[in-house]
Design a protein around this ligand. Sequence first.
Ligand code: NAD
Length: 517
Amino acid sequence: MGSLLDTQTLEILAREDSSEDTVASAVKIARNAYEYWKEVPGTERSKLLRAIRSQLLRNMDEIVDTMIEETGKVVTEAVVSEVVVSCEVLSYYASHAASILKTRSVYPGLLINKRGYKRYEPLGVIGVISPWNYPLVLALGPVATALAAGNAVILKPSEYTPKTGILIGGLVAKAGAPEGLVQVITGHGPTGEALVRSGVDKIAFTGSVRSGKAVMRAASDSLTPVVLELGGKDPFIVCKDANLDRAARACVWGAFTNCGQTCMATERVYVVKEVYDEFVDKVISLTAKLHQGTAPSDDVGAVIHKGQLDIIDNHLADAIERGAKVVCGGGHVDVGGRPSMEPTVLLEVDHSMAVMREETFGPLLPIMKVENEDEALRLANDSQYGLNASIFAKDRRVIDKLVAGLRSGNVCVNDVMISYGIPSLPFGGIGDSGFGRSHGPEGLREMAHLKSVAEDRFGFSREPSWLPVPSWLAKAVKIGLDLLYRPGHDRTGSAAENTGNGTQTCVYINSKEVEIG
Ligand code: NAD
């Protein structure tokens, strides 16, 4: 850790806004650490990730308790959705980062006398700006990814979860990271903006659309690249052949886990008319049995703060005013001193209502009856967001049609939200849900600089096209083009990408990349 973390006074730091000067000095410290870390071999980077994982497990109770204190989430969520997924991300990159970042040669096309290859180099200093709803995994995940790619990191956790952020810094320090490699700065939006403007080499931002746009505006001044993981309004489609027991349970979990404060929560449900009544009955009966509170056995925790509750209240009031019916919940409840909303099921909803169009980020579950899958698809796509979507069906043709038709970064089939739990599966959005990816090879390569190299193979003293050009060249090329590209003779061929050790990792067949090893 850099000088910003005094392990004796974490609590005091946690309440402070870091000034622009503090941010600037953090970047300086990070640059020094980067100079060392970028040269460290992949095996050593992996060792650090595994050591962080060990520290996370060793300090799990403290981290879990801190998250609960800061957010009001229940213990199961803190352990299952945060600690488990963090361990998975750390393990995945510890095992695979080196091979994902290996130099790869590419098919040179006509230029068989050349070698083309791609190098993945560290970027430098990555600024990670994270939200409060999953304060561990959405901070530690990008931090670990940045480290795996050879970067130094400055983390700015949410102003609502600074202690969790600082504990993450502590884990990295205890794991033996070099001084200054990961630093934590605390503060509100302006501190985040100072980080964006500080000259870091990339910003990995997770948060609301509004803040994401502000980040992109600030980053544009210095052309600092950004990854934006933003909000969602995820649709959940139930087809007539769906396993309704599974669909109803998934829907209730998707809508109410973390008290609905999940970027890919189930925010709107479309059920085909044939199974609507049965599905709704199941959802209501499951929802009515949920326990809300702070006890270890409780299912649903708290709404984070009054501002979030106001948004939820407004969506509920707007829906009721426009004709929605509350069939479960709908009232306020105190959860460990936080005024919160009960898990609430709404029927007779439509797209004139904010609850079907804007991100609620709370425990409201609006369910709409639709004629058929086509109408469900049309309504699902009637949104500026595109983060995740769920489909419950058995017919393969229907599933494939919906998967292909959904405008969404991620799709879960007969499941909900689980895509984030698969560390090898890239995660990210389209439209207002942002761009860029976390997790998987793509998530790691977001944190790397891709350098393309073209190298001559034979060392002849000249190339045919170099000046002065031979007079026969243009004519010869014309004849060659006719032969090469005449109709019916496209050279789509196959092209191999090779890693440095000569292992073929994927081929291109008619322009499609196919991983083979
Ligand atoms: P938020 O946008 O209010 O804050 C997120 C972070 O950005 C915080 O650290 C905040 O201090 C910082 N910030 C705010 N303004 C900034 C600015 N102008 N410049 C730089 N940083 C700034 O979001 P939140 O309320 O903490 O989180 C909830 C939102 O995050 C929801 O919209 C949710 O959908 C989204 N989210 C998205 C994902 C995803 O992976 N796509 C995951 C979790 C949450």
